[in-house]
Design a protein around this ligand. Sequence first.
Ligand code: FES
Length: 156
Amino acid sequence: MKFESRSVNNMPGHKSEKSGGKSRRAFLERFMGFVIFVLFAGSVNIVVRYLIPPAKAKKAKKLTIEVAQIQPGSSLVVEYRGEPVVLINHPEGIRALSAVCTHLGCIVKWNPDENALVCPCHGGRFDANGRVISGPPPEPLQKIEFEVDDDQIILA
Ligand code: FES
């Protein structure tokens, strides 16, 4: 009796290691290429979005707020042209100022007891007209132009 010796690779229905290895390698190369492409495209997207601000921030529409929404002596922060704006119903009249502190960009809050806008980050203080009272802010808050018409504040 004679036995035929066959290696596992020569068995019927079995792919050789060489061809299986090549197809696995080709698949992994394509897969890694795809992963690298996705990571690269994501990075490019982040850089482009950082360099080019969103269109809506540039094309701002009018913003109308009822004066009655702001109790006398209090304030309201709204988003206008992509930036926070603080509206103050001050005894001397309505004020509209950027709420972004000129020191390092924290958001200031109106404190009616102090009659001042106070920055929570480093204690910068501004008066109701945005002028620096104390603290590290180097410049006054930016004034925002507005009109009051029929008890409505219009930022345009
Ligand atoms: Fe406002 Fe520093 S960020 S005082």
